[in-house]
Design a protein around this ligand. Structure first.
Ligand SMILES: Nc1ncnc2c1ncn2[C@@H]1O[C@H](COP(=O)(O)OP(=O)(O)OP(=O)(O)O)[C@@H](O)[C@H]1O
Ligand SMILES: [Mg+2]
Length: 293
């Protein structure tokens, strides 16, 4: 089981969209099972799974979610149980906690209660082991498949749950956009990561460009000048983090182009022309995960 958390403190860079599409890409590889977590209290991913584009609810999911809430099987219930002092973390995990999008693509939705998690008295030190213990339960479950990859869609802030994920994930995936703020945010994130995570092992860091733009006119260049410049800047920032922060980090060569059609990806699947870019990106991610140098 390899775990991947998509994080960027900058909002709207495509964390939710690309995480979902990567999960779908992997689940379509024969024999692979993917589990996707929505850890964002804004619930963007969960809402995209809940509603059709016309706003009508997707019945199979809303019925399942209702049952999950009634049986106290949501991720919030798990967190409450985990943080109750002196109680053993006895939270059996099955298909009332995990929703099956397809045979090979499974999903743990966010829940409104998460919104208040940050204000409750959950202690950082108490929550940090939560995701690690939850994953151990999932891995040991007889009912569930052995997941090859677990993805976490994280909020654009350093929440308690993202802290908990960062302390146990194999790879932090950072999407950036071709704009001025991309490298500024990246610098901030990379320079504070080690300090925030230690004494836990610091995960690998993979950066890639989302919403990459093509050049105008008949130019044969791969990208627009702007996209190329910001990609170059990102490489410089990552290189300096490798040297100064001793991070295992990389800017992937594969990029995801700017395409309006991606907006419907959660309901309708990855648009045909984006399938290959996501496969290319996934190939690099997997190689990086397996690189033990
Ligand atoms: N490659 C792309 N091409 C065009 N639009 C995209 C692309 N990727 C994402 N978008 C759009 O950008 C917007 C923001 O995407 P998304 O919600 O995935 O970002 P996010 O980083 O998860 O946001 P938040 O910080 O609020 O969680 C959405 O409207 C989405 O459809
Ligand atoms: Mg999001």
């Amino acid at each position: 089981m390899k775990t991947i958390a998509t994080i960027n403190f900058k909002g709207g860079v495509g964390k939710t969209t690309v995480t979902w599409c990567l999960g779908e890409t992997v689940s379509q590889i024969p024999g692979k099972h993917t589990l996707m977590f929505d850890l964002d209290a804004q619930m963007s991913l969960t809402q995209a799974v809940t509603f059709n584009e016309d706003g009508s609810p997707i019945r199979s999911f809303t019925d399942w979610q209702q049952r999950s809430i009634e049986r106290k099987k949501t991720i919030f219930n798990a967190l409450e149980q985990f943080t109750t002092p002196s109680e053993h973390f006895d939270f059996p995990i099955g298909y009332d906690f995990i929703y099956q999008i397809s045979d090979t693509y499974h999903f743990v939705p966010a829940i409104e209660d998460l919104y208040w998690t940050e204000l409750e008295v959950f202690e950082r030190t108490m929550v940090k082991e939560f995701i690690r213990r939850l994953l151990a339960k999932i891995d040991n479950s007889k009912q569930l498949p052995k997941y090859d990859f677990v993805f976490f869609d994280c909020p654009p802030s350093f929440s308690l749950l993202s802290y908990s994920v960062l302390s146990c994930c194999d790879l932090v995936l950072i999407p950036i956009n071709p704009d001025f703020y991309a490298t500024k945010g990246l610098n901030l994130l990379l320079n504070s990561l080690r300090m925030r995570i230690e004494p836990f092992p610091v995960p690998k860091i993979g950066v890639f460009m989302n919403k990459a733009k093509k050049p105008g006119g008949a130019s044969l260049r791969r990208y627009s000048q702007e996209t190329e410049r910001y990609l170059g800047d990102a490489k410089t920032v990552v290189q300096s983090a490798i040297m100064q922060q001793r991070l295992k980090a990389k800017v992937f060569d594969a990029t995801i182009p700017d395409r309006v059609g991606i907006k419907r990806a959660v309901q309708e699947g990855i648009p045909f022309e984006l399938k290959q870019p996501f496969r290319d990106l996934w190939q690099e991610i997997e190689e990086f995960l397996n690189d033990h140098k």
